[in-house]
Design a binder for this molecule. Structure first.
Ligand code: XMP
Length: 514
């Protein structure tokens, strides 16, 4: 693998993702990792990421010199370059002015790092410091108008540095540069493919779990479905899945779950997926009765889910492990140089399960990014309806019924939502947006139907674009699509006489209304 040491750049994860897209397996460790531990992983190459610090200031993060003595090729990006220079007798100082944005890089020398790349190319710069002189062994191999040392090399020792960011899309040919480093300088031969990752994951799970039993909460979302599919392939009948039907799901959720179970069962000969479907909708509804506060709703749902899941899991004799859909970004975040991120939302996870249940954790997805989870699911032949589905919140439609959650209100929002989903699919817009859904407002307005005056609740339509759900913009969906949805909801969902469009971005709004 190529190991990336994180010095706190906002782009560090991108370096790993770019490499993996090139079928080069990469992992990230914090820059504080010990040289001995890093070398023990036997990386074929090491990348030092960018970071906000200044190497010439006291307390700036460093690496242990032993790391550089191991004969492993090193590529320093931005702060990484400055660190290499600083550690070898060169001088790094604040640049005359902070450079942020596009720059034109000029290649000065033929080097494997630039193989297949033009002599001039567009790159992305984002730095406050710059090298002023190079230390022992380095020479300059590329420059820009303002950065005399845009790329440096010590080809003997196979140490490289670039001041720009090859990992971002604003450096259009950056992926080729990373590929050159891995394939031509580190001589990295392996191809990391989903087929390979699949067999590797299965083997890893078998080693961890042995003959033990695993319990897994299946929600029908991408992560839990792929995690369950992997575990099922690894341990077959020793996997026990529990689907808690809280009655707050979308139209077709239970059928989709059946479809998933069916498709999984076909994958391991002689073994059917053990899936317990628990209809707990009455319990959820009765505990939610009369509750209007959004946080209270979420807490009640979370707690009820745990109660039911725990009771069901206890019925399975001899369970040792609990499956969790932890993804690689969560793993990196928890060990990052910044410490665990302050913005983690507790309501997004089913917190509290493992501690109370005294089970060992098994995390089949802990080395994967979200899009890789989808690709792995595709590799296993999971239904497209599951892999391509928009995100759906754990507390379900309860947080899309503003005000008290009643069976009647749920029925209205469920029906309106089904229309939204269907129209977006039919128009070819479903895959173009992050989410599209209906929200039932606790507001009534006056309408007219036939000759009669009506006084009924309003449905809001929420359609957003986003990369990761952290920020979002409202989608400028075609008017005729919006018009069809509006007219279908007001005519087919009896009890709703008005549809409005939410035109707020996140921030300051959130995607869900509660
Ligand atoms: P917000 O509303 O915070 O949502 O802008 C960001 C993304 O997260 C989804 N979301 C949830 N997902 N459990 C989940 O698994 C939850 O409790 C939850 N709440 C919000 C939301 O749909 C959006 O994609």
């Amino acid at each position: 693998m190529i190991l990336i040491l994180d010095f706190g750049s906002q782009y560090t994860q991108l370096i790993a993702r770019r490499l993996r897209e090139l079928e080069i397996y990469a992992e990230i460790l914090p820059c504080t990792a010990k040289a001995a531990d890093i070398l023990a992983r036997r990386p074929e190459g090491i990348i030092l990421s960018g970071g906000p610090a200044s190497v010439h200031k006291a307390g700036a993060p460093r690496i242990e010199p032993e790391l550089l003595q191991a004969g492993i090729p090193v590529l320093g990006i931005c702060y990484g370059l400055q660190l290499l220079v600083h550690m070898h007798g060169g001088r790094v100082a604040p640049a005359a002015r902070r450079e942020y944005g596009h720059a034109q890089v000029q290649v000065l020398e033929d080097d494997p790092l630039f193989e297949g790349l033009p002599r001039e190319m567009k790159v992305w710069m984002s730095h406050g410091d710059g090298a002023e002189s190079l230390g022992n062994g380095f020479r300059v191999i590329a420059k820009t108008e303002t950065a005399p040392f845009a790329a440096i090399a010590d080809p003997e020792r196979r140490w490289y540095g670039v001041q720009f960011h090859p990992e971002v899309v604003h450096t259009p040919q950056g992926a080729r540069l990373l590929e050159n480093f891995a394939r031509r300088i580190c001589l990295f031969k392996d191809r990391w493919t989903m087929a390979g990752e699949l067999s590797h994951s299965i083997q890893r799970l078998r080693e961890q779990v042995g003959g033990g039993k695993v319990v897994c909460a299946l929600s029908g979302g991408v992560d839990s479905s792929v995690a369950a599919a992997l575990l099922f392939r690894a341990i077959g009948a020793n996997l026990h899945c529990i689907y808690v039907d809280h009655g707050l799901g979308r139209e077709g959720d239970v059928e989709r779950m059946d479809g998933l179970a069916e498709s999984l069962s076909g994958q391991v000969r002689g073994s059917r997926l053990q899936l317990k479907m628990v209809d707990a909708s009455k319990k959820f509804l009765s505990r939610l009765a009369g509750v209007t506060d959004p946080e209270k709703k979420r807490k009640i749902i979370g707690k009820t889910f745990i109660d039911i899941f725990e009771a069901e899991a206890k019925r399975i004799k001899g369970v040792e492990f609990l499956a969790q859909g932890t993804l690689y970004p969560d793993v990196i975040e928890s060990v990052s140089v910044h410490g665990p991120s302050a913005v983690i939302k507790s309501h997004h996870n089913v917190g509290g399960l493992p501690k109370k249940m005294r089970l060992k954790l098994v995390e089949p997805l802990r080395f994967l990014f979200k899009d890789e989870v989808r690709r792995l699911g595709r590799e296993m032949g999971l239904p497209a309806a599951i892999l391509g589905a928009h995100p759906f919140p754990g507390p379900g439609l309860a947080i899309r019924v503003l005000g008290p959650v009643t069976p009647e209100a749920l029925a209205l929002v469920r029906k309106a939502d089904a229309i939204v989903q269907q129209e977006f699919r039919d128009a070819g817009w479903y895959d173009k947006v992050w989410q599209a859904f209906a929200v039932l407002l606790p507001v009534k307005s006056v309408g007219v139907m036939g000759d009669e005056r009506t006084h009924q609740p309003v449905v809001a339509l929420r359609v957003v674009e986003s990369v990761d759900g952290m920020t979002a913009d409202w989608t400028r969906a075609p008017y005729d699509l919006l018009a069809r949805i509006s007219s279908r909801i007001t005519s087919e969902v009896r009890g709703v006489n008005r549809v409005v469009l939410d035109i707020s971005s996140k921030p300051p709004s959130t995607i869900e209304w509660e």
